[in-house]
Ligand binder design. Structure first.
Ligand SMILES: C[S@@+](CC[C@H](N)C(=O)[O-])C[C@H]1O[C@@H](n2cnc3c(N)ncnc32)[C@H](O)[C@@H]1O
Length: 239
């Protein structure tokens, strides 16, 4: 197989895996499915997802629900109508429809991302889909950057392994959530997951995530689910 064909295959694999694939320089660096060529695996700067058009087909694929089980993610949040929920690292908005539905017309869904291009994409999608309750928020790499005790819950899907200084980040999320509110983290299992997901060096076990949330001040637990490639960890801000 030619080297061009190999590169194309690796880039395609990275997009399908639901994680990093942007920079062509990243793909051929031997991390399997093009994952993890950013700071975690290479030590040369953060991962960037600056072009939504590269990811939307894979991240918003209708058959993603088969393994991602968005209903189980929403159930773990325990949302009620009128609440405010943050989708941290919203990307191309895969989780927004079930979140919008769960909080209803009186609620608010804050789509947060470090990439302005993702937020611009989501703004257009919100207009097209009629998501009147979605607000866009540009967050910093090391800080969600919302006011203290301003939201009922935060969810993050396939993002936590990209964040550096996670216990410190968790402590900031804790302050953002109202007492009694929850932070739900969904991420890839730390084991081979059928070619999907980041390289093993970037993965975190559910127990490691629980420990990071506890270090950040949460009460944390692993939530039962039926996802073949992911776990769900829930932190609760003590009352
Ligand atoms: C693999 S994508 C996941 C997108 C979406 N959650 C999904 O599952 O389809 C990671 C997203 O998180 C964003 N991201 C990465 N690090 C972040 C951080 N520290 N804070 C907020 N968003 C971040 C990226 O820009 C990207 O849109």
């Amino acid at each position: 197989m030619s080297s061009t064909a190999v590169s194309q295959l690796i880039i395609l694999g990275a997009v399908v895996s639901g994680c990093r694939a942007t920079a062509p320089h990243s793909s051929a660096e031997g991390h399997g499915a093009g994952h993890g060529a950013g700071h975690h695996a290479q030590g040369h700067g953060p991962d960037h997802f600056s072009d939504p058009s590269q990811y939307v087909a894979a991240w918003n694929a209708p058959d993603r629900d088969v393994y991602q089980k968005p209903d189980e993610i929403v159930a773990a949040l325990g949302l009620t109508p009128g609440q405010t929920v943050v989708d941290l690292g919203a990307g191309t908005g895969y989780l927004l429809p079930p979140l919008v539905k769960a909080v209803g017309p009186e609620g608010v869904v804050i789509a947060a991302d470090i990439e302005q291009a993702m937020l611009t994409f989501l703004g257009d999608a919100a207009k097209k889909e009629g998501w009147a309750t979605v607000r866009l928020h540009l967050s910093a790499m090391d800080d969600l950057g919302l006011p203290p005790a301003s939201v009922d819950s935060v969810v993050t899907l396939n993002v936590w392994h990209h964040i550096e200084g996670r216990p410190a980040y968790a402590a900031k999320v804790l302050q953002t959530i109202k007492p009694g509110g929850v932070f739900v983290i969904v991420d890839f299992l730390k084991e081979e997951t059928e070619g999907f997901g980041p390289p093993m060096s970037m993965r975190l076990s559910a127990d490691e995530v629980v420990a990071e949330l506890v270090a950040g001040g949460f009460e944390a637990e692993i939530v039962p689910e039926t996802m073949p490639r992911h776990y769900v960890v829930r932190g609760r801000r003590p009352l």
